[in-house]
Design a protein around this ligand. Structure first.
Ligand SMILES: [Zn+2]
Length: 120
């Protein structure tokens, strides 16, 4: 179990947060091209787009959170949310599943992909 997993919501949140920093960094980079209005505007626009994208992702997380199933983690007894068939506890990274057939099996994120193949 060397692989490190973390809760999907946490992962997306980390990505959105890093996008804000990347966006600010790009915008800051534009300052060095003050002499060239076109390059500076391009940098500012790219940075702005990255920040907009992260706002959109944050909004998307909000939507996902409402759809996620709230459960109490058996390990740390805190309330966490499950996205998909298998996910990790947001607090202690305990693997959790909603599918009884997967219970006891080793945690594998690919179970989420397999779900898409079966139609009911
Ligand atoms: Zn937990």
């Amino acid at each position: 179990m060397a692989k490190k997993y973390s809760s999907k919501i946490n992962k997306i949140r980390t990505f959105a947060l890093s996008l804000i920093f990347i966006g600010m960094f790009i915008m800051y980079g534009g300052v060095f091209f003050r002499g060239n209005a076109i390059i500076m505007t391009t940098f500012m626009l790219l940075g702005f787009l990255a920040i907009i994208a992260s706002v959109v992702i944050y909004f998307w997380i909000g939507m996902l959170s409402t759809k996620a199933v709230q459960v109490t983690c058996p390990s740390c007894e805190k309330t966490t949310k499950i996205l998909g068939r298998v996910d990790m506890c947001m607090h202690c990274n305990e693997p959790l599943t909603l599918d009884k057939s997967l219970e006891g099996k080793e945690f594998d994120e690919s179970y989420n992909q397999k779900k898409k193949l079966t139609t009911d």
